[in-house]
Every structure is written in C-alpha cells, then in structure tokens.
Design a protein around this ligand. Structure first.
Ligand code: CLF
Ligand code: SF4
Length: 493
C-alpha cells in the first residue's frame, strides 16, 4: 500500500503547512520509513549534502525542490550557431525567449520575494543571457548580496567555459558548489561548425584557432573545478549530423576529468529565432533520437535526463514556470526575508521523501520479482511530489519512465499544450499531445475522460487513471507486473 497523500500543492501552501507538519509528526506519514534518508547507499555523504536539494543535480530532488534564475550578466564572449543575441543564452535556456534583465540589487529583492512565496526554492542560478564568468562583476555582486540575506540558498552558474579558469578560485571562495559548462565538442574541427568566433584576451579569433582555444579552456576549467570538489555538470547541445555521434567521445572526455553529470539537450532550431542554424535549416533531434543517444551513453558519465531547458528567468519546480508572478513591477522596493516557510516545507519534505524512497525500493522489488524481460515506456502526468497527481487534460508535460529488468528509470519528458480548456477539449490540441507521446506504451494520470482515452487508444497508446495519487514508481511497478509478470508466470505454470 502506498503512503498517505501529502500533496505537493498542500505542502507548498503556507496556510496548511502547520497542520501538515503536525500530521506528519504524529505519524500521519508511513511509519515504516519516517525520517529515513533518501541518500543512495553508494553515494558519498558529502556529495549527497551538495545535491540533495538541487533539482537539476538530483532527479529525485526535482520532485520537491525549485530553482530560480536571475538574468544579471548579459555580455557574452563567444558566438554559438544556435544563438541569436536578441534572446537568452541557448546553452542553458530555451531559445527564442527574452528574459527580464536585472541589476544585482533588483535580483536580490526578487530572490527574497520568491523565497517568501515559494517554499520549494533551494537554488539560485545564473544561466544567461550571456556568460556568467565573462560578465563576472555582476555575477559576483549578485551572489554576494543574495547569500548575505539567504545563507542556505545554493548558488549555481552556467558558462560556456572560455573565461571559467579565471574564476574558479573565486567560485570556490564563494562556496559555489555547482557549475555547468556547455561542451559541444572535444574535436576543434567539429567546433568550427558550431562556433564562428570567440573573443579572448582582447582579441577575436575565428575558425579552428577559436575552437582550439575554447576546447582547451573548457577542459582546463573542468579539471580545476574537479580539483576543488565543485560539482560540474556538462551540457551538450545535440545537433544531428554535426556532433550527435561525437557526443559519445565528449562523454568519455568529461567523465575522465571528473564531471558529475552529463546533460544532452536537443537543439531547438526555428527560422523565426534568426540563428545561423535556424536560418540554414539545421534540424533538432526528435525525442526518440535523443533517447537513443542517451541510451548509448549509459555506462559513461552519469546522465541527466530531467532537464527542461528552462528560461533564463525561470522560477519554480523544473517543468513549471512561475516567473510571471515575480516580474520586477510586482516586487516591492523593500523586502525582508522570512525563513519560516522554507524551513517548515523542508521538515515535511524530509518525511515525505523517506516514504517515497521506501515505496520506490518496494516497486523495484516488484519489477525484479516478475522476472520479465520486456520494457514499458510510461508517460506520467504529475504536479510534483513524485506522485501520479495531474489530470490528463491539465498536463503541460508528461514525465517519461522506462520500466524494464534494469528497474524503473526516468528517461525524459514530453512537453504538450494543455488539452482541457475548462469543460471541453480541443481536437487539434489532442492531436498534438498524441504526436508528442510517440513511442509511449501507457499514460498514467489522476483522471482522464473517455474521449481522449479512446483517441489515445486508436493511436496505440493506453491511458489509465487507476493509479491516481500513487507514487509514480509504485504505479509503474503495478502496471509492469500486470503486463509482464503475474500473467506470464501464470501462463507458463
Ligand atoms: Fe539553473 Fe542550470 Fe543551475 Fe539548474 S537549470 S543554472 S543547473 S539551477 Fe536545470 Fe534548467 Fe536544465 Fe539548466 S533544468 S536548463 S539543467
Ligand atoms: Fe549565445 Fe550563450 Fe553561446 Fe553566448 S554562450 S553565444 S549567449 S548560446
């Protein structure tokens, strides 16, 4: 039986926080695992401390914790063929989006306003537009100002790596534990197809020389971070026909140099974005092509598969964006940080997470006991908290899990337009949802009507709300056992 439901919405609602905490403390959550740690057995405790509340560095944490980005460092020192400077830095953010640029003081006020309202907030990231290490003065001032007011917030930056070696010591001094470097090649010949120029030591370089310098600086930066115990994530943009197969080599190089995670992101290419790739017809990969490459990379540097290519001013859980609630015009001139909501949230989540881990272990045992060899690709509608708790028609994305003899693994997500428009559904939108769910065997959601269910069935995709509000892994294990396990064993008996 799965644990009682403490939904993410109720966790995040300040008004019900005290009641929930009392409930959790009085045994309202599953007694078997209350307070147990979610730390994987084989993980160094010091590393776990750094990642346990970071939604990007821990897939498990992304069900509970949120990040926010502030766009404070707009200057950039290289040109990527998938970037148009009118928009945000596509190395970490969704292309074609313009973020609200802030001064360090505006950023400080915004972070405090968000921390008071969004108890899940755990990480402040600077992820473009521009390069955080090149536009360093503003990056540094922002981190210093924010950590003075909110000392427990984790600081995170994303960089193209060219200026990184010059900043590593300061990053270490400032307790920045998480740095992302975008590395799209380790062969400068391939780099010439991605980077037309760089600006380095007051000079502009082009062609092979530019890519050679960039490559050397990226490798040096990664090695310096590893030597200082800073966790480094590598982002690679998958560009079909340019660097897709080459990313296997990239994965090897970054693993050898101590990268903590490798995040392969699909190129998003659209002529309307005015980028070189967009205007020359370079396509991005399909969801199943991305998955096939990620599957090939398994066994190398550990993969991140839950990236959502956020906005450079994103706020909230990965996959949701509450940025519009916190635009500058809505932030008071004076704001004071109140730590109580975040502290209470963390206490409740610690209990819920212990339950979730125990449920996950039970689910993995169920899958193993079936002794089946088949695989199921399952798309889950969720609002967070690790549960099947979103209605089909309200979903803006589906989290995709693969159940197989290897276990139950998060393998990606599919973005969709919301199908239900308040009492009715648009057929055209449903067609788009079905297209986005290509390759999926089963959809799990909290509720689904007969009409979309029938349309999905016609497209060869089954959908069910029979596991609504269960933990995701619990639901998938039950589904897997029904599909392959008990019935097959009964047949062969
Ligand atoms: Fe931001 Fe990036 Fe830090 Fe996360 S995002 S700077 S590591 S806090 Fe995360 Fe967003 Fe993917 Fe980035 S889901 S785009 S990986
Ligand atoms: Fe654009 Fe980012 Fe590349 Fe600079 S590093 S060119 S901002 S994608």
């Amino acid at each position: 039986m799965s644990a009682p439901i403490i939904s993410l919405e109720s966790l995040a609602s300040a008004s019900s926080m005290e009641a929930l905490l009392a409930k959790a403390a009085s045994g309202g959550c599953s007694s078997s695992s209350c307070g147990s740690s979610a730390k994987p057995d084989d993980m160094d405790p010091a590393v776990w401390e750094k990642i346990k509340d970071h939604p990007c560095y821990s897939e498990e944490a992304h069900h509970y914790f949120a990040r926010m980005h502030v766009a404070v460092a707009p200057a950039c020192n290289i040109q990527c063929n998938y970037c148009n400077r009118k928009y945000d830095c596509a190395n970490e953010s969704r292309p074609g989006v313009v973020s609200e640029k802030l001064t360090p003081d505006q950023a400080r006020r915004k972070v405090i306003a968000v921390a008071n309202e969004v108890p899940q907030l755990s990480v402040l990231g600077i992820a473009g537009p521009g390069d955080a290490c090149y536009d360093w003065r503003k990056t540094r001032a922002t981190f210093e100002e924010v950590s003075r007011d909110i000392p427990d917030i984790k600081l995170c930056i994303s960089t193209n790596g060219l200026a990184l070696p010059d900043r590593v010591d300061e990053l270490a001094e400032m307790n920045v534990d998480h740095v992302t470097i975008t590395i799209n090649m380790v062969d400068p010949e391939i780099g010439t197809k991605i980077y037309p120029w760089i600006f380095y030591r007051n000079r502009r370089y082009t062609g092979l020389e530019a890519s050679q310098i960039l490559h050397e600086r990226q490798m040096l930066g990664l090695e310096m971070l590893t030597a200082r115990g800073i966790l480094t994530k590598i982002n690679s943009v998958m560009i079909p026909g340019v660097n897709d197969e080459h990313l296997i080599e990239v994965n090897k190089w970054v693993k050898e140099r101590g990268a903590f995670l490798h995040n392969v992101m699909p190129l998003i290419s659209d002529p309307a974005h005015g980028t070189h790739f967009g205007l020359t017809g370079q396509r991005g990969p399909k969801a199943m092509e991305l998955k096939a490459l990620q599957d090939k990379l398994e066994g190398g540097a550990k993969l991140m598969r839950h990236c959502r290519q956020c906005r450079a001013d994103a706020v909230g859980l990965l996959g949701e964006d509450r940025g519009q609630e916190f635009t500058l015009d809505q932030i008071p001139e004076e704001v004071t940080y109140d730590p109580s909501t975040r502290e209470t949230y963390r206490e409740v989540v610690a209990r819920e997470r212990g339950d979730h881990v125990a449920a996950k272990q039970a689910a993995l045992s169920t899958v193993a006991e079936t002794e089946a060899t088949g695989a199921l690709l399952v798309a889950v509608a969720t609002k967070g908290g690790g549960r099947v708790n979103e209605h089909f028609g309200h979903a803006r994305e589906f989290q995709v899990y693969e159940a197989s003899p290897k276990g139950i693994v998060f393998v990606g997500h599919r973005k969709v337009d919301q199908y239900c428009m308040g009492g009715f559904g648009e057929d055209a939108t449903l067609d788009g949802v079905i297209e986005a769910l290509e390759g999926i065997d089963v959809v799990l959601c909290a509720k689904i009507g007969d009409c979309p269910k029938d349309s999905l069935s016609t497209a060869g995709i089954r959908a069910t709300d029979a596991y609504g509000y269960d933990y995701i892994e619990t639901a998938i294990a039950a589904l897997y056992a029904a599909e392959f396990g008990l019935e097959l064993l009964a047949e062969s008996a």
